[in-house]
Design a protein around this ligand. Structure first.
Ligand SMILES: C[S@@+](CC[C@H](N)C(=O)[O-])C[C@H]1O[C@@H](n2cnc3c(N)ncnc32)[C@H](O)[C@@H]1O
Length: 237
């Protein structure tokens, strides 16, 4: 897995809530009616922001699959604090091996901000698994694309105040398929207190790729740049 989140987990935690605020309505609309007998899987669940939102908007049983130890620890802590740990099963695996541990039939799938980490082989296996495992009438919420700009353009900069410090992430994509980030903590004098540089593989999957993979399923795309894609298994007539 070329996407070690251990060192940058802290920065992820600081900057990711904004991305999830953007997804709140669609998560509620898509999964809000899944009851306690239904299962929703959160793949590449990270620090559990999506799993916690699923638990908040629905009564579903949740299966969170997350390979990174640090991210998984944050997920467990978040879901425990939210009082929902009893209905969340945590799988310490990555795709594609993790597919074998998932139920044959699920009432929802979330794969947010993670598809780009998968190899083409892993992605194909995952999308095929969605097509065969989603219950009729149920949906998968996927995000596609990236906000990270290519080399030669201004890098993307995210900043958030944390106490006396500012957490800053500066990222760009030097070549297609790769993202490089500089993660810094700045003090009140704008001096760097600590920093790290990390790179990961990121294949910017597009909404068109998802449409092509799900020829028999309705695919709804909103926000095509950094897109939210809903794939629904047709209900049996
Ligand atoms: C940018 S984070 C997003 C986390 C979470 N989905 C969210 O939106 O807050 C990407 C996550 O994908 C996970 N990941 C990377 N490669 C993976 C793989 N092959 N299978 C499953 N998860 C993977 C990483 O460990 C990381 O937690």
């Amino acid at each position: 897995m070329d996407s070690d989140y251990d060192a940058r987990a802290e920065y992820h935690e600081v900057h990711m809530p904004a991305a999830w605020d953007r997804l709140r309505d669609v998560v509620r609309e898509t999964f809000g009616d899944v009851g306690p007998d239904g299962v929703v899987v959160d793949i590449g669940a990270g620090s559990g922001l999506g799993s916690a939102m699923l638990a908040e908007v629905s009564e579903a049983e949740i299966i969170a699959l997350e390979p990174d130890n640090t991210m998984r620890s944050m997920l467990v802590a978040r879901l425990d604090t939210a009082g929902v740990l009893e209905r969340v099963t945590v799988l310490a695996q990555s795709l594609s091996e993790g597919l074998g541990g998932l139920p044959d039939r699920v009432d929802g799938v979330v794969a947010a901000h993670m598809l780009g980490h998968l190899t083409e082989v892993e992605r194909t296996a995952f999308l095929e698994w969605i097509a065969t495992s989603l219950a009729p009438g149920r949906s998968a919420l996927l995000t596609v694309g990236t906000e990270v700009p290519p080399e030669g353009t201004e890098p993307a900069v995210q900043e958030r105040k944390v106490g006396r410090f500012v957490y800053r992430v500066t990222s760009h994509s030097p070549v297609p398929g790769r993202i490089e980030g500089v993660f810094e903590v700045l003090d009140e004098q704008q001096q760097v207190v600590r920093s790290l540089s990390e790179a990961s593989s990121w294949d910017a999957v597009t909404a068109a790729d998802i449409r092509a993979a799900f020829a028999d399923h309705p695919v709804e795309v909103s926000e095509p740049q950094v897109g939210v894609v809903l794939v629904t298994r047709p209900a049996v007539s």
